[in-house]
Design a protein around this ligand. Structure first.
Ligand SMILES: [Zn+2]
Length: 292
């Protein structure tokens, strides 16, 4: 059996990663991690897996760690700060063609972290027999750091959604300042477009609205190249508990047929929010194809 491919979702929060991961998880041959980068923290804080059990006690994650040969206490946490930044730059350099060996030497701690992620992804594939592992950490830094390892093929999945919907949803959910949220969205979207350019054919793009409108086609485009035959059934069958890390607890899809993008912002986003968005991010949003 060939080694699994890791699909590493990159995108802002409220962009549809939970939906994408959920639909992928219903397919044979796909293992899903959720936000893998949070594994050490979730174990330490005794936070719950999506199956309901604390991650530290969840039989699935215990099996993955055992398969990986990593004791929970030995998990590296993402470093943050300057170390994180150096690892991201080294990963970006690798994507751009700098020899991996040199990039690893420049950021040894990030290289060790990348190896650990690859071991965990490999173990996820190992315990489930999957060909594809979906990591929805969403973090661009993690996707860059993963370029420092060569054990598993990693494909960044750039998940985009109309920025007006993203900001409306974030503000409604967390009360975050509109300007702050829009500026973050602009920075992240620019970084994603830059990374997509350097990743070239290795990158995959998914538009949330497209996923909702044509889930079978969108999922096939994403998974078929890696040997997964997509068969969406209605209702989608979570035949066993799913074991996502982080994300939205209790998320479920009742009908694939009736999936529709949440376009609530069109009727309920305050004009001031849309005005701020247009001033700071309108042209970038149109560049993604979101005009009307
Ligand atoms: Zn679980």
């Amino acid at each position: 059996m060939t080694a699994a491919t890791v699909l590493c979702i990159v995108g802002d929060s409220r962009s549809g990663s939970t939906l994408l991961q959920y639909l992928a998880a219903t397919q044979w041959g796909v293992a899903t991690a959720g936000e893998l980068r949070r594994l050490p923290q979730l174990i330490r804080d005794r936070k719950a897996c999506s199956c309901g059990a604390p991650v530290a006690d969840c039989a699935y994650w215990r099996a993955v760690l055992e398969h990986a040969g990593i004791a929970p206490a030995a998990l590296h946490a993402p470093p943050g700060g300057w170390h994180q930044r150096r690892g991201e730059l080294a990963g970006a350099a690798t994507l751009a063609g700098v020899p991996r060996r040199l990039a690893r030497m420049a950021a040894p701690d990030a290289a060790a972290l990348a190896d650990q992620y690859a071991t965990l992804h490999g173990a996820l594939a190992g315990v489930s027999g999957a060909r594809v592992v979906v990591d929805s950490s969403k973090d661009i830094g993690q996707a860059l750091v993963l370029a420092l390892q060569a054990r598993l093929a990693v494909r960044p999945v750039f998940l985009f959604r109309d920025g007006r919907a993203v900001i409306h949803s974030q503000v409604r959910r967390t009360g975050i300042d509109v300007g702050l949220a829009v500026r973050h969205w602009v920075r992240l979207t620019r970084s994603m477009l830059l990374m997509r350019r350097i990743a070239g054919a290795r990158g995959v793009t998914v538009m949330y609205e497209d996923l909702c409108a044509r889930p079978q086609a969108a999922l096939t485009a994403l998974l078929a190249p890696f040997g997964v035959e997509v068969q969406l059934r209605d209702p989608p069958p979570p035949s066993e508990p799913m074991h996502f890390l982080g994300g939205s607890p209790g998320f479920t899809v009742t009908s694939v047929e009736l999936l529709a993008p949440d376009e609530g912002w069109r009727t309920s986003a305050p004009p001031a929010l849309l005005g701020t968005f247009e001033a700071l991010a309108g042209p970038l949003n149109r560049r993604l194809g979101y005009g009307a």
